[in-house]
Design a protein around this ligand. Structure first.
Ligand code: NAD
Length: 424
């Protein structure tokens, strides 16, 4: 069966892709077969169908998921997505990538993910709050600050995390800030969390440009997605002198050879339901043409399966930094690697978010809050160390940065499993 752009349907199953990536990395190291199989299964999977009272008085049933992939290195950690296409395989894939990501940046967590199948753009604030609170109630048996800690992802934000934390605390009978991260600062959030994922992407872009001998000042970047990750990435790169020549979101794509000011675009989007369409200081282009723009770095920061076997060959950028999770399919990546494109994979590039979520959890446990400069400094240290660890593995094993990151992560997870042993 083929989709409209002739990509095989199998290519677009993110969970199958996550398992392929594990298999590929394991070809380069000796990993116990049992551990490899373990990593291709999720430890715990919860699917809930729950009722919510809508504004018009009707009752609708929503489906939600929480999946814990692996907890050998610590409690499970991962975001909650509100989107119309959320499904079990997508959540399994995202949970798997979280385990790998936390091991790449060496923070003491396993991986999880969750989501509710819904379209948040069609819901009122009251409906979103009731969905969030009832979903939290449904997954409470398996989450908690010592077990599994949710955070924001596509379609969710600090407000939704505050409702999740409040619901969890009400059910437990005491305030429990560490149960959720990505909260607003006034209810236990960390300074620097909102910008953290984009900041991590910016650090990786800076180092990748250095590696390729391209001057950051005046370098040309194209960013897909203008939500939390895309907008912060664009703003922080702009601060460093990078020219954002192309940018897109669900409403359309924009191009300006002289560069788009992401701060100005953000102000525009704020007044336009967070959409960039109609921005007067750039030319509207077909979104399909975004990836073929001449640039030094392409940053997919929207969603999975954007670079596939059907469009990888049009990409001109010598560097791709994956802000989104799973934006490149293994088939798309093969084409890029054959062309010599340097890819900074999602499990490294967007790990800034979970790293500062970890800082938030630590601050909640200590009830002692850090200054933003301290958060950003600690984040930079972790991102740089992880980038260069992966680069070293990539050179040692003669593989791309994704396989290198997987190898590093799988070694760390396998080590934890070995020393802990298998219960009972
Ligand atoms: P978001 O909901 O804030 O923004 C998503 C953006 O993508 C929006 O601008 C939307 O319009 C755009 N978009 C959606 N479909 C598109 C399409 N077909 N073409 C172009 N643009 C499209 O979500 P986010 O938090 O920025 O997450 C984006 C990606 O980054 C996801 O893959 C998410 O899993 C990943 N991620 C997020 C975080 C985080 O801290 N928020 C951390 C790590 C990874």
């Amino acid at each position: 069966m083929f989709g409209e752009n002739m990509v095989g349907a199998g290519e677009l199953n993110p969970y199958e892709n996550a398992k392929k990536q594990i298999d590929r990395a394991c070809e380069h190291i000796s990993v116990d077969d049992g551990v490899k199989t373990w990593l291709k299964h999720c430890e715990k999977e919860l699917c809930v169908n729950f009722p919510v009272k809508m504004d018009d008085g009707s009752v609708r049933i929503f489906t939600g998921y929480r999946v814990q992939h692996n907890t050998a290195r610590g409690p499970a950690k991962g975001g909650i997505r509100f989107a119309p296409d959320v499904n079990m395989d997508e959540v399994r894939a995202l949970a798997t990538w979280m385990t790998i990501k936390c091991a790449v940046v060496n923070i003491p967590y396993g991986g999880a993910k969750g989501g509710v199948t819904c379209d948040p753009t069609l819901l009122s604030d009251g409906e979103k709050e009731r969905i969030t609170r009832r979903f939290t109630y449904e997954i409470v048996p398996i989450i908690g600050p010592e077990k599994d800690i949710p955070a924001p992802d596509i379609g969710t934000d600090g407000q939704i995390m505050a409702w999740m934390m409040d619901t969890y605390s009400m059910l437990k009978g005491y305030d429990n800030y560490g149960a959720v991260t990505g909260k607003p600062i006034r209810v236990g959030g960390s300074r620097g969390r909102t910008s953290a994922t984009g900041r991590g992407v910016m650090f990786c872009t800076r180092e990748a440009l250095k590696k390729k001998g391209i001057n950051e000042k005046g370098a040309r970047a194209v960013v897909q997605g203008f939500g939390n990750v895309g907008s912060w990435t664009a703003k922080l790169l702009h601060d460093n002198g990078v020219k954002i020549v192309g940018i897109s979101d669900i409403s359309g794509a924009l191009y300006n050879n002289e560069g788009i000011d992401p701060y100005d675009l953000y102000e525009y989007a704020l007044k336009n339901k967070m959409m960039i369409k109609g921005y007067p200081k750039a030319e509207e282009i077909n979104e399909k043409d975004l990836f073929s723009l001449e640039c030094d770095v392409l940053i997919p920061a929207a969603k999975e399966n954007q670079i596939t076997s059907s469009n990888a060959d049009v990409i001109k950028a010598p560097i791709i930094v994956e802000g989104a999770n799973g934006p490149t399919t293994p088939e798309g990546e093969k084409i890029l690697l054959e062309k010599g494109v340097f890819i900074v994979p999602d499990i490294l590039a967007n790990a800034g978010g979970v790293t500062v979520s970890y800082f938030e959890w630590v601050q909640n446990r200590e009830s002692l809050y850090w200054k933003e400069a301290e958060v950003n400094e600690k984040l930079e240290a972790i991102m740089l160390e992880s980038f260069y660890d992966c680069l070293q593995y990539s050179e040692e094993h003669k593989v791309g940065m994704r396989d290198a990151a997987y190898i590093l992560a799988i070694e760390r997870i396998a080590d934890a499993i070995k020393v802990r042993g298998v219960f009972p």
